[in-house]
Design a protein around this ligand. Structure first.
Ligand code: KG4
Ligand code: ZN
Length: 347
């Protein structure tokens, strides 16, 4: 007897992207994202504008995802949505939509932790690409989080290192802003760094205990350095943009790897994955491959489209919860903050 197919609608609205995806078993049929240009001129996400933009996009994006997948609404077995963490007003839009959809279609409602989604994006079927074996370590680096996660099973994970201040993506974005780039600046630093010299300037590595990270000191030292240099040469940034980008990027990546290497030594786990928006960074991706070869790690690099926020990762997480019948009811509410280690996906 063949196993019944499971079709999940995934909804993601935790920050400034409205996304909907249709997943059949572990295969993505559609994964659409409506971005929000409205934040560019403000140099960061404006929460009130984000929730309004989600409201405008959610229905058309879900409709388009269903059409693109070539299915009927009635084929959907469950609706998975991001419950948190994220911006409350943004989360409320996706949560309310998912609740109404589940009620109208009389199907299970699945509340997904966004940070589980980033990790589990590795389990989406992708021709020929190997999926991680348990246990593995996942360096999840995004605009809001920097975590080393010990992944024991799909729904059993633990954060063993985290940032005590800014996230890695936040460091990219804040420093990019100092260099004159618009938000989000991470991809600009990546692009300009390609032609720069990463050893041109050095910014030092913070001293933080254990497996934790800190990025606020780096941002401050870049700020003071730029102020000092601009007093001597007002066009210092312009004259050295590529070298500055390469040096900043190298510093962030060195900081990330110092603790990641320590984590493999402390846990003895040598399967290492990357996740989150910053894992789209070209140097971070190639550095993981290099370190993997050097240290005999088995490494897993996510597909570009599953690095930054997307609903496909929410749908795959929802699928594992669906299989275990981990559903929520209509009393569920969005949650801006979730204590990762206290949270139990399998409930
Ligand atoms: O995971 P994500 O889409 O949203 C959050 O959950 O935060 O991550 C967004 C972050 C931003 O800080 C953005 O600048 C960063 O990912 N990012 C990059 C690159 N692409 C996106 N940072 C460095 N290099 C990139 N190529
Ligand atoms: Zn994210």
């Amino acid at each position: 007897m063949t196993q019944k197919e499971t079709i999940i609608l995934g909804i993601e609205s935790s920050c400034d992207d409205t996304s909907a995806a249709i997943l059949k078993n572990e295969t993505i049929l559609s994964n659409l994202i409506a971005g929000q240009d409205v934040h560019r001129e403000y140099g960061g996400v404006v929460p009130e504008l984000a929730s309004r933009a989600h409201l405008q996009s959610i229905v058309p994006v879900v409709d388009a995802a269903i059409k693109k997948a070539g299915i009927q609404r009635t084929d959907i077995d469950g609706v998975a949505f991001t419950k948190g963490p994220g911006l409350l007003g943004s989360l409320v839009v996706g949560t309310s939509f998912a609740k109404s959809f589940a009620l109208a279609m009389d199907i299970p409602l699945i509340d997904v932790n966004h940070m589980y989604g980033h990790v589990l994006a590795h389990f989406i079927d992708d021709a020929g690409k190997e999926k991680p074996q348990f246990p593995f370590l996942c360096l999840t680096v995004s605009g809001g989080h920097t975590q080393i996660v010990r992944v024991k099973d799909h729904l059993d994970m633990e954060v063993i290192g985290t940032t005590i201040d800014d996230a890695a993506g936040e460091a990219f974005d804040k420093i990019a802003k100092l260099l004159g780039f618009e938000y989000p600046g991470g991809p600009f630093i990546d692009k300009y760094a390609v032609k720069g010299n990463p050893d041109a300037f050095s910014f030092g590595i913070p001293k933080v205990g254990g497996l934790d990270y800190s990025f606020s000191g780096l941002k401050t030292s870049v700020l003071y350095f730029l102020q000092k240099q601009e007093r001597i040469n007002p066009s210092f940034i312009e004259d050295n943009l590529e070298d500055l980008c390469a040096s900043v990027q190298r510093s962030i990546i060195n900081i990330l790897f110092k603790k990641l290497i320590l984590a493999t030594e402390q846990t003895g786990i040598v399967q290492v994955a990357l996740a989150g928006g910053v894992s789209a960074n070209s140097e971070l991706r190639s550095r993981l491959k290099e370190e993997g070869q050097k240290r005999n790690w088995k490494v897993y690099i996510p597909k570009f489209e599953y690095c930054t926020d997307n609903a496909a990762m929410i749908a795959i997480t929802g699928k594992y919860m669906f299989d275990k019948k981990v559903f929520c009811d209509q009393s569920v509410t969005a949650q801006a903050r979730i204590n990762f280690n206290a949270y139990k996906a399998a409930k």
